[in-house]
Design a protein around this ligand. Structure first.
Ligand SMILES: C[S@@+](CC[C@H](N)C(=O)[O-])C[C@H]1O[C@@H](n2cnc3c(N)ncnc32)[C@H](O)[C@@H]1O
Length: 225
């Protein structure tokens, strides 16, 4: 067994034991439920998500943003929760079912959702704490796909975690928040807002920076962020 596989196994054990701890810890469960029902909804409103919006939460994880988003957009809106980890995606699905959130759809990749059902474009795409998982070319492909599916006044909202100055990991070891913003701007977007905000990360609400982008080109008729 080489060092890489040993450290991968160690990382997996750490992650799994932390998931189990989370599942069994009533205080953490209460905090998560409160985020998903109240604080997370307020957070998304501040970001620019509105009732009846179509939202894509790419790299949704267990549902920390797609669940409050589904509550916020209501019956006339829709949330597409995408994650390539089937076990995690199932968690988000189970939560949505338990809460009766029938406006939330799950998918293991974005391409199976294209074009979006109902013939509507996406109002808000969330890339929260997930870009560091992707290589440069995967990120550029993702920005391009979202560019196609976003409405003219649509919002690309990014929480770039694990960058160089904030617990760097994976593909962001040498990237700063400014580098991420520059990369997205070079892919056909304009940074419209930089929000210092309290945001959910891992198991807690922390201070974070969310970057809101709009598509470059036509001036949006409704300025969202
Ligand atoms: C750190 S979690 C963040 C989850 C959620 N966005 C949040 O902020 O709570 C990152 C998630 O991105 C997912 N992910 C990583 N690469 C992906 C890809 N290529 N396609 C879809 N999901 C991906 C992982 O499975 C994981 O659930």
């Amino acid at each position: 067994m080489n060092i890489t596989s040993t450290s991968n196994i160690a990382r997996w054990i750490r992650r799994e034991s932390s998931h189990i701890f989370h599942e069994l810890n009533p205080a953490l469960r209460r905090k998560t439920a409160q985020w998903e029902s109240t604080n997370g909804v307020n957070f998304l409103q501040q970001i620019g998500v509105k009732k009846s919006d179509i939202v894509i939460d790419f790299g949704c994880g267990p549902g920390n943003f797609c669940i409050p988003a589904a509550r916020l957009v209501g019956a006339n809106g829709r949330v597409y929760a995408v994650d390539n980890n089937p076990r995690i995606l199932k968690k988000a699905r189970r939560k949505a079912d338990a809460l009766g959130l029938r406006n939330l759809r799950t998918a293991c990749n974005l391409s199976i959702l294209m074009p979006l059902p109902d013939g509507r474009n996406c109002d808000v795409a969330l890339l929260y704490d997930m870009l560091h998982f992707l290589s440069v070319s995967e990120r550029k492909d993702l920005y391009a796909t979202l560019h196609e599916v976003l409405a003219e006044n649509g919002l690309l909202s990014v929480y770039p975690k694990h960058v160089q100055d904030d617990d760097p990991r994976r593909n962001f070891m040498a990237m700063t928040t400014k580098d991420v913003a520059r990369e997205i701007e070079a892919s056909g977007y304009r940074l419209s807002r930089r929000l210092p905000i309290r945001v959910w990360h891992a198991r807690d609400i922390v201070d974070g920076i969310v970057l809101n982008f709009v598509k470059r080109g036509r001036i949006p008729s409704i300025q969202r962020g």
